[in-house]
Design a protein around this ligand. Structure first.
Ligand SMILES: Cc1cc2nc3c(=O)[nH]c(=O)nc-3n(C[C@H](O)[C@H](O)[C@H](O)COP(=O)(O)OP(=O)(O)OC[C@H]3O[C@@H](n4cnc5c(N)ncnc54)[C@H](O)[C@@H]3O)c2cc1C
Length: 421
């Protein structure tokens, strides 16, 4: 059988996963990973606070796909070939057992991303995948048969298959080296960012968490519920990051000037909260609100909101005027905050945008324009919310491409799905 060569550009999660699986499924395929920097799997290393949030404990394809603000339909198709269950089994069968945190995020039981890195490194050694570091690729030229890859050093390399797994780029101009491929690129914009409320009095409460707040962007249908963390510049936490992801494109348009309404205590809405306060006015008339936090919110947040409503510590429930009752209900259930601009670009964990999905066949990850060219991971216009979704996309796309390349290079029909392991 003629020996074919797969060159993977990018030594991140998607590139490694494609490499080890392609080499495993077709042992006579020559597989190389070329990496721009001197380091591999850097994001795997730092993600999840150095523990690597490998995937999410979600076992329904529909539900999992809905966690991708961009690419929902695309990932749904791909998940039928390699899903969260396959990721868990894949790593487990290689000695890396995953554990689930209460919020659904899955990490190596060893609690370190090094477990994933060691596993992938061991696999590439065992499968004889070659790793070339400090090799930035400058250009890919499709030939009549295969591709010619040009490095910035001037070196060239021929390949039968090319996998682009270069991660996300924050600016459109960073895709210029791919211009000759004539691929449609969706303009990158930040996703998964915190909200900026400079000099807001709430910022004094930095470190305080509302465990289950509902945050809405005024004038839109966009909302998200979950833990919200008060920081010294505004708001963060999973509830905010998730909203930033779903609102990523809308917020660029308004230059990150927008208003949010926060319900800090979702057991109530404004109306039912007013009813509760009226009941307390009659039933606990002599008690003081400052000692009567019934919301479950941290006491600092409760006291802050009392102050905002003009209720000082001497007041009893019976002393509250209607205007104070209404103001407190607003502060707790529809607290309005105006965001002014965006925090720096550096904090983003992922970028929305990338190679347009209309360019890619979701069943194989192959380019529709350039047969033999494949895509994996964040370079595509797919991004998930926080919680292991972006890594799952990297594993899935890497695996789907590997399976297709392996089958094509063996001139065989597609391998059965159970080859997932
Ligand atoms: C701080 C941080 C925390 C994160 N936490 C999580 C998390 O908890 N859960 C989660 O699911 N996701 C998380 N993510 C996102 C996740 O890490 C990425 O979605 C995932 O790593 C993408 O993998 P990738 O292989 O597509 O790209 P990358 O991991 O970015 O790898 C791409 C590689 O390609 C190389 N490259 C680029 N251009 C070239 C070129 N021209 N020639 C050669 N090589 C090139 C790069 O140097 C890089 O090594 C986090 C990201 C960050 C930054």
């Amino acid at each position: 059988m003629e020996k074919k060569r797969l060159v993977i550009i990018g030594g991140g999660a998607a590139g490694f996963f494609c490499a080890v699986n392609a080499a495993r499924l077709n042992p006579v395929l020559e597989v190389l990973i070329v990496e721009r920097t001197g380091k591999i799997l850097q994001k795997v290393k730092v993600s999840g606070g150095g523990r690597c949030n490998v995937t999410h404990a979600c076992f329904e394809i529909e539900e999992m796909a809905s966690r991708y603000p961009r690419g929902e339909r695309f990932v749904r198709k791909a998940f039928y070939q390699f899903f969260t269950t396959d990721t868990i089994e894949w790593f487990q069968s290689r000695g890396v057992v995953l554990k689930t945190e209460p919020d659904g995020r899955m990490f190596p039981k060893a609690n370190t991303s090094q477990a994933i890195i060691d596993c992938l490194m061991q696999e590439i050694e065992q499968r004889h995948v070659r790793l070339l570091l400090n090799r930035p690729v400058e250009r890919i030229d499709p030939l009549e048969k295969g591709f010619c890859i040009l490095f910035t050093s001037g070196e060239q390399m021929m390949a039968d298959y090319v996998m682009l797994a270069c991660g996300g780029f924050q600016k459109l101009s960073q895709f210029d080296w791919l211009l000759n491929l004539n691929l449609k690129i969706t303009e990158p914009v930040p996703s998964l960012f915190t909200f900026n409320f400079p000099k807001h009095p709430l910022n004094e409460l930095m470190g305080v968490v509302a465990a289950n707040a509902l945050v809405k962007i005024a004038g839109t249908k966009l909302s998200s519920q979950g833990p919200v963390l008060i920081t010294h510049w505004g708001l963060s936490g999973p509830g905010i990051l998730r909203l930033s992801a779903f609102a990523a494109r809308d917020l660029v348009v308004v230059d990150y000037h927008f208003t949010i309404l926060v319900n800090w205590c979702t057991d109530y809405n404004e109306q039912t909260f007013v009813q509760k306060l009226q009941m307390l006015r009659s039933q606990s008339a002599n008690q003081k609100p400052v000692n009567g936090n019934f919301t479950g919110l941290p006491s600092r947040l409760w006291e802050f909101m009392l102050k905002q409503a003009g209720i000082d510590s001497t007041k009893r429930w019976a002393d509250l005027q209607s205007s104070m009752v209404n103001k407190l209900a607003k502060c707790i259930c529809a607290y309005e905050m105006k965001a002014a601009g965006k925090t720096t670009f550096k904090e983003e964990f992922v970028t929305a945008g990338g190679i347009a999905l209309s360019e890619i066949d979701a069943n194989s990850m192959m380019s529709k324009q350039h047969p033999g060219l494949y895509f994996g991971g964040e370079i595509m216009d797919v991004d998930g919310i926080t919680g292991g979704y972006n890594f799952q996309h990297a594993w899935t796309s890497g695996f789907v491409a590997a399976k297709h390349i392996a089958a094509d290079s063996m001139n065989a029909t597609m391998l059965p799905i159970k080859d997932a392991q």
